[in-house]
Design a protein around this ligand. Structure first.
Ligand code: NOJ
Length: 546
């Protein structure tokens, strides 16, 4: 990448999330792999993305889809080899696409050598000091050290056995028992992760997505969670000491040429606390989940946009716009429901869903988010308008959210189904033509119209809309700062970017007239007698006389 393209590319980049297990399968074993991603780079070039973020590709028992890492410097054999990763990073870059890797610092796999050594060592040993081992409370230590609830539901402590088979200490895991939490006050932990960053930056990655970035530090006194924790008062969330860790990481990133970035996965309701992670010597950006969680409602979305931009301005960091990822219900499904908000605690699986309406709204939402100032995240398959796969058999579900809730929570497999590339029936070109192994999750039989092949030739398809939107965005909006709202009717969002670009989104139930413009650049749904229909968006050219 030349000096010109090294400008602060991340401030308005379009970043495409690749879930390698489900993107494309080159070796025909039913599981996606890095050679598969390499073989499909043209799709991403045609789509017009600036970077890919690959979810964990490291050696892992896959208890949590790879977010249980056994070796941060090795590629899981199911995905390929380190040489495949290096080839992908290089080849993508020659096509103008940067690569962002996913680093998981809060926890490791229970199979990680550090944890295995800790289990084998005695209480109080240096091996155990890298984790949170504690004796239990009460008689015989039978009660867990705290009653914290896991992010996946259920308990956060699991009891170990001593060498003689008697019950031993407990260890902390904010997620599943297969994901023991690291102790971030231990110098080994800090040193090791800075080294892992260098390992991947040395291989040319442009950035790092930081998993569960607000959870790493715990209050060493391990108190119970207060009934209503104030800012910074939760014993395991958003602790002030985190900032020093990220300042160290930023120094590592800044020691490399070419604007290497740190992107935080930070779920925090308090936007003021959220942007503290984005101060100039900390992370570059963080995912804006507030926007993602809002329902399809003009006032709600506007409130989120305003709060986001206002909070980011003082720290000088760009906002991010995210409609979905590998953890949340697909937008086409979400927006087709009476309650279109998102919450982990209420996924509303199986509630009535109007997919035609959801698709129409997801198209409008695509134009809304792609027009906002900041960087844009796009999850694989959303460019095809894939719905959530709600018909998966329960016995195929392995997600800890499903397993730990006893099946009450459907889990996240429904948005992780292998992509449909071509053909009329599963596996829709996911693997080579002669592959006989079934895809690791079955695809719905009725996805023939959703394949890349079917959509490429159809100007009304979701893929055609995304391709056009990203092309126009790159030409018209890169480098354009800020936005300004226009007066608009209730249920309508209208704003300008710069002096020649206008976006209008109709979330009301009636068609509305378009605001003044000199040309229509793109619509999510055809205009009706010149008016913008309900649940539709338009991008307009405006002139100096408007
Ligand atoms: C967030 C990741 O996106 C999710 O998939 C994972 O289960 C948790 N962090 C735990 O690593």
């Amino acid at each position: 990448m030349g000096e010109q393209s090294d400008r602060q590319w991340w401030r308005d980049a379009v970043i495409y999330e690749v879930y390698p297990r489900s993107f494309a399968d080159a070796d025909g074993d039913g599981t996606g792999d890095l050679a598969g991603v390499l073989s499909r780079l043209d799709h991403l070039v045609e789509l017009g993305v600036d970077a890919i973020w690959c979810t964990p590709w490291y050696a892992s028992p896959m208890a949590d889809g790879g977010y249980d890492v056994a070796d941060y410097r090795a590629i899981d054999p199911a995905f390929g080899t380190l040489a495949d990763a290096e080839r992908l990073i290089t080849e993508a870059l020659t096509r103008g696409i940067r690569t962002i890797v996913d680093v998981v610092p809060n926890h490791v796999s229970a199979q990680h050598p550090w944890f295995q050594a800790a289990l084998a060592a005695a209480p109080g040993s240096p091996e155990r000091a890298r984790f949170w081992f504690r004796p239990g409370r009460g008689d015989g230590g039978t009660e867990m050290p705290t009653r914290w609830r896991s992010e996946f539901g259920g308990d956060t402590w699991t009891r170990t056995k001593n060498a003689d088979g008697t019950p031993g200490e407990w260890y902390l895991h904010l997620f599943s028992a297969d994901q023991p939490d690291l102790n971030w006050s231990h110098p080994d932990v800090r040193r090791e992760h800075e080294d892992v960053l260098r390992f991947w930056f040395d291989r040319g990655v442009a950035g790092v997505r930081i998993d569960s970035a607000a959870l790493l530090v715990k209050d060493p006194a391990l108190p119970e969670v207060p009934a209503e924790p104030g800012p910074g008062e939760h014993p395991a969330v958003d602790r002030d000491d985190l900032h020093d860790i990220y300042r160290g990481w930023r120094a590592v990133a800044d020691s490399y040429p070419g604007e290497r970035i740190l992107v935080g996965e930070i779920w925090l309701p308090d936007v003021e606390r959220f942007v503290r992670y984005l101060r100039p010597d900390e992370l570059h950006t963080a995912f804006n989940f507030d926007f993602l969680a809002r329902p399809w409602d003009a006032e709600q979305l506007r409130a989120s946009i305003d709060a986001t931009l206002a909070a980011h301005a003082p720290v000088g960091a760009p906002a991010t716009w995210v409609l979905s990822n590998h953890d949340v219900t697909r937008p086409v499904t979400r927006y087709g429901r009476a309650d279109s908000s998102f919450a982990f605690t209420a996924k509303r699986a199986g509630t009535p869903t109007d997919l035609a309406l959801g698709t129409r709204r997801a198209r409008a939402a695509a134009l809304l988010t792609a027009a906002l100032p900041g960087s844009l995240y796009l999850y694989q398959g959303d460019e095809l308008g894939l719905p959530e796969h709600e018909g998966l058999d329960d016995d195929l579900r392995r997600d800890p959210m499903f397993l730990r809730s006893g099946g009450v929570d459907p889990g996240r497999e429904g948005c992780r189904v292998p992509l449909p590339w071509s053909g009329d029936a599963p596996p829709f070109g996911f693997g080579p033509a002669d592959a006989t192994a079934p895809t690791w999750l079955p695809q719905p039989a009725d996805w023939a119209e959703l394949t890349v092949e079917a959509q490429v030739g159809d100007p009304r398809s979701m893929l055609a809309l995304y391709r056009a939107a990203l092309r126009i965005r790159r030409a018209e909006l890169n480098g354009v700062e800020g936005m300004s709202w226009l007066p608009s009717a209730a249920g309508v969002l209208a704003f300008d970017r710069g002096s020649a670009f206008r976006c209008v989104v109709n979330l009301s139930a009636q068609p509305v007239p378009l605001p003044p413009h000199t040309a229509v650049l793109l619509v999510s749904t055809p205009l009706q007698d010149g008016a913008l229909p309900a649940d539709a968006a338009a991008w307009l050219r405006t002139g100096i006389d408007q």
